[in-house]
Write a protein that binds this ligand. Structure first.
Ligand code: SF4
Length: 587
């Protein structure tokens, strides 16, 4: 029997009893490979039906896969939990050093259960687990500072991962994120709030284990082939050079860039927040997740003078990508580049998801324009499109929640609009705030049907962009999105960065697995993807997701897309067909 690089060990950490233990769950990795596939099973095992997302019974699961530590761009970790934002499946992916650290510590997955009665952080160094007092870090204004302080106290410099929350997580903002290695995030669906509900300030992981492969020659050959595709072909060039904000001008030209709460798909100030402008005037560094040759993470150097000392400047590094440029830029009508970067920095510091925050602020601005909320509700503030200073103040208030209005806004745009009105222009899908593509019907069907209501589930925007001028039928939309989301379950189980999806084709993925000693044909992988998707949906249904009750914000039908105005009938039909497909999967 050749040696295989499949992980098998799962570390269980019980915060209530301050205990930990390791189980061999080779059964799960053999069947589901790792990542999302294994995490979905652990979630079903550990999360009782109907669990309150803030109850100690809501587990947090981190999982990596058989290619982690072995192949480039298998650099991500999947986090799974019950989402406090949507009340059903919570899934978020991040890189940094999280994946490499978990695998080097000897684990395929980590399950965190229970809750602490006082602020703590957990440090996992290989087989040792420490529960450390975090009272001194609780309440610190910036999540960036928390990381800096923890790294002074923990070993493993250069290989360890520090996953931590900011004030937003502590205050249970339902779209609080978990920051890892400063510039990466488990951004979506409120993992930060689940950390906060457990009084868990951070998880630190490091290790020294290596991963063996059965056939070193085969491994080297496949590695070289994939590496060359990543660095020598054009497949990933755009991610390194200008980065994902290259989409700003492209989408604006197509009239698919959500602007001012999607009153328009075109932003007259797009140039000022474009990837090109940011690269020319602010780009100071590019950094990468561990084991990635692409380095798509762009850091702007924001240089500001100290008020009291002339010719003395403070430089702040602000990471930017397309999604937050849309949400904190065009969606709020902001075209002051420095103001935009300051807002991004504020959102990062407090540990909020940028997309959800931008959508909430945009809705609040329109709700104020329409007199659904008053200046008093807004704590004396008057939001205006483009006014980044007011948005910075509002961001702080979302975290501190001084009154009922900000308490509602901290629960997401759906909750706020349900209470104050304005659901027609509250841009959330399945409870999750909208991503940055108003490209046509497929993008919105993807947000509605995706297991985590994300543009990354099935990339509907990509289908829209390929079919401008020939809008596909609902049947075609449902077919294409289903195929894409099913295949992405395989990538999520490995856990490969989606930017490498054109490198990790089904054939190359099967080859890479073989080099890791794991034999899976293309057909087996394809059917595994479909099975994992159906199982994730099973969890959604179990927790009350009902596609028939899905709210579709009217605004998406009013504002033209590159396909013209979207037909509501097409969207609803495609959603229905998609769900029928998921339900018909035989496992
Ligand atoms: S392309 Fe970017 S997000 Fe993906 S692994 Fe590389 S650095 Fe991380």
């Amino acid at each position: 029997m050749p040696h295989s690089a499949l992980p098998s060990k799962v570390l269980y950490i019980d915060l209530t009893r301050r205990r930990f233990w390791v189980e061999d769950r080779g059964d799960l990795f053999e069947e589901y490979l790792g990542g999302a596939g294994v995490a979905a099973q652990l979630l079903k095992e550990e999360c009782p039906k109907g669990t309150d997302p803030f109850s100690p019974d809501n587990p947090i699961i981190f999982a990596v896969g058989p290619l982690t530590c072995l192949f480039p761009m298998a650099s991500k970790t999947v986090a799974m939990f019950k989402s406090p934002l949507t009340g059903e499946l919570g899934e978020s992916h991040a890189g940094g050093r999280s994946a490499i650290a978990i695998r080097s510590a000897g684990y395929g997955a980590i399950v965190i259960k229970g809750a602490s009665d006082m602020p703590i952080y957990v440090a996992v160094h290989g087989s040792k687990v420490y529960f450390r007092d975090a009272a001194a870090y609780w309440g610190m204004e910036s999540a960036l500072t928390v990381g800096r302080v923890i790294r002074e106290n923990e070993p493993g410099s250069g290989v360890r991962s520090i996953m931590r929350i900011g004030r937003a997580g502590e205050k249970l903002v339902r779209y609080a994120m978990v920051m890892t290695e400063t510039f990466r995030h488990f951004g979506r669906l409120g993992l930060g709030a689940v950390f906060g509900s457990k009084k868990l300030k951070a998880l630190v992981v490091s290790g020294k284990n290596t991963v063996e492969v059965p056939n070193k020659k085969l491994f080297r050959d496949v590695y070289d082939e994939l590496f060359k595709l990543m660095v020598e072909s054009d497949l990933l060039k755009k991610y390194h050079e200008i980065g994902t904000p290259i989409n700003v001008l492209t989408l604006n030209a197509l009239k698919g860039l959500p602007t001012r709460n999607l009153k328009s798909g075109e932003f007259e100030g797009a140039e000022a927040i474009s990837g090109e402008k940011l690269a020319e005037d602010f780009l100071g560094r590019r950094v990468a997740c561990a084991h990635c040759p692409v380095a798509c993470i762009h850091l702007a150097a924001l240089r500001e003078p100290y008020e009291e000392e002339p010719y003395f400047y403070k430089t702040t590094w602000v990471s930017y990508d397309y999604e937050l440029t849309y949400a904190l830029g065009s969606m709020l009508g902001i075209s002051d580049t420095v103001g935009f970067l300051k807002l991004v920095d504020t959102v990062e510091k407090y540990g909020l998801d940028a997309m959800s925050t931008g959508v909430c602020l945009a809705w609040a601005t329109e709700a104020y324009e329409r007199k659904l909320i008053s200046k008093e509700d807004l704590n004396g503030l008057e939001p205006k499109w483009g006014d980044h200073e007011t948005y910075i103040k509002m961001t702080k208030l979302i975290v501190t929640q001084p009154n009922d209005f900000y308490k509602s806004l901290a629960m997401g745009v759906e909750a706020a609009a349900t209470k104050y009105g304005g659901l027609d222009f509250a841009l959330s899908f399945g409870g999750n705030e909208m991503p940055g593509y108003h490209t046509g019907p497929a993008a919105h069907v993807g947000y509605l049907t995706g297991a985590r209501h994300s543009h990354l589930d099935s990339a509907g925007y990509s289908l829209d962009e390929k079919t401008i001028g020939a809008t596909p039928s609902p049947e075609k939309i449902a077919d294409e999105l289903f195929k894409e989301e099913a295949w992405r379950q395989v990538l999520s189980s490995l856990v490969v960065c989606f930017f490498a999806r054109r490198v990790y084709t089904p054939e190359n993925t099967s080859k890479a697995l073989r080099a890791a000693g794991v034999e899976r044909s293309v057909e087996e992988l394809t059917s595994l993807g479909t099975k994992i998707l159906a199982e994730k949906y099973e969890f959604k249904f179990r927790e009350g997701f009902n596609p028939e009750n899905l709210r579709v914000p009217k605004r998406i039908f009013e504002t033209p897309t590159p396909h013209g105005k979207i037909s509501e009938e097409t969207v609803r039909k495609a959603v229905q067909l998609y769900v029928e497909k998921v339900k018909s999967v035989k496992k």
